[in-house]
Design a protein around this ligand. Structure first.
Ligand SMILES: Cc1ncc(COP(=O)(O)O)c(C=O)c1O
Length: 395
């Protein structure tokens, strides 16, 4: 029999834990002095404060001798980084008296807008490309009570409709064209610097509509100006080969990729993102769907991090940048890859490419015949320790 070894079970819900000062209350509360947003009580689901996970086994597998960290944004309340921008966008919308919000979305914005609108008691109308949205995102947006409209066209067409609607009707637009989205999303850059005690040397991030990379750059610059970090990172913006307008230098009319979240041919924040990447001394790279899915497998199998395909693009891009010598294989380098969304968002892609579980009869002898060969195979070696986080060294 297994025995419980603890003689003392710690108290849950102790006063300390619940005390005002120690409870995480979302990014507006944590970073208010850096954020331009109405000073009403925030519409929040206590988003942010996501882990920055060292990735030793992955670094080894891609031949990177430096320190690799993964910012796991899939652990936000609706499963993606969008919640950081939605708390600020909805807080501002409420302060300005909005009754309804609207967005076009490849899925994550829809789910996040729907959740925060529900929290605020506002109506949410979300437009998604028909048949091109991952199941977990669609279901979530519907569950949060949004009106979901499936547009017979791609994301770019849906965004054009939404932009027109807000010119005619008093509805708040909550796509990343809304500046309050970027205000909130820059807090991921603040957190990375706070967690590392400095800015990374490189930040690898997937790029679709280009709002997030623009927000990160804004955040790094704000922290630099405030003296919180001594140097700025280089940005590695990663697009899918079939949807890579910022790599090709022109819009893509029929964007296509397995990573539906970044299946965008006309990025609304493209010009700003291009400027950010240029200013940082970084680069845009395109990776194939095969590279994305390979990185997706590696993240799950080597690090226990299940992400949606768009997030794996960041790691695929990093791998490509190392292979091309764009990022040197040097021990002293610190690199962060942003894992933008949770794997449970897109179970269909996972089911399509993973082998189905083997069936086993409910019979001891048959089960034993299946089990024993599995135990003969030596387990993969485990990484000895996690890389220690460097001490904060900057004021
Ligand atoms: C999971 C995920 N990753 C990356 C992106 C790309 O972000 P952006 O459109 O701000 O470039 C999105 C956008 O929808 C997303 O949902």
């Amino acid at each position: 029999m297994l025995e419980l070894k603890w003689s003392h079970i710690p108290e849950v819900g102790s006063e300390d834990l619940m005390a005002e000062g120690s409870m995480w209350r979302g990014i507006i509360h944590a970073y208010r002095p850096f954020l331009r947003v109405a000073s009403i009580d925030p519409i929040t689901l206590h988003e942010g404060n996501t882990p920055l996970v060292p990735a030793l086994r992955l670094a080894q597998a891609i031949g990177f001798p430096g320190s690799l960290y993964l910012k796991y944004e899939g652990l936000n309340p609706t499963g993606s980084f969008k919640d950081r921008g939605m708390t600020t966008a909805l807080t501002q919308a409420v302060a300005e008296g909005a009754q309804a919000v609207i967005c076009a979305s490849t899925g994550n914005t829809a789910a996040s807008a729907a959740a925060y609108a529900a929290r605020a008691g506002l109506r949410a109308i979300v437009l998604v490309p028909a048949g091109k949205i991952a199941l977990g995102k669609l279901v979530a947006a519907m569950a949060y009570g949004a009106t979901v409209l499936a547009v017979e066209g791609n994301f770019d067409a849906a965004l054009a409709l939404v932009r027109r609607a807000v010119e005619v009707y008093p509805i708040a637009l909550v796509n990343s064209l809304n500046p309050y989205r970027l205000e909130g999303q820059q807090t991921a850059a603040f957190e990375i610097c706070d967690q590392l005690g400095r800015a990374p040397d490189w930040l690898a991030i997937p790029v679709g509509n280009a709002g997030n990379i623009t927000a990160y750059w804004k955040g790094f610059r704000a922290y630099h100006q405030a003296g919180r970090i001594a140097a700025l990172p280089r940005l590695l913006g990663v697009q899918a080969e079939g949807a890579a307008p910022l790599v090709r230098g022109h819009p893509i009319d029929q964007p296509e990729t397995v990573a539906t979240a970044i299946r965008i041919g006309r990025p609304a924040r493209g010009a700003e993102a291009a400027q950010a990447v240029r200013e940082s001394g970084g680069r845009f790279l395109a990776v194939s769907d095969e590279e994305i899915l390979e990185a997706w497998r590696m993240l799950a199998a080597l690090e226990g991090l299940f992400v949606e395909p768009a997030s794996a693009a960041a790691v695929a891009g990093l791998r490509r940048a190392l292979a091309e010598g764009l990022i040197p294989r040097r021990e002293e380098l610190q690199v962060v890859a942003v894992l933008t969304g949770h794997g449970l968002k897109d179970p269909e892609v996972a089911l399509r490419i993973l082998p189905a579980p083997a069936r086993v009869p409910a019979d001891w002898e048959a089960f034993r015949r299946t089990l024993e060969p599995l135990l003969e195979r030596p387990p993969e070696p485990r990484a000895e320790t996690e890389a220690p986080l460097p001490r904060p060294s900057v004021p």
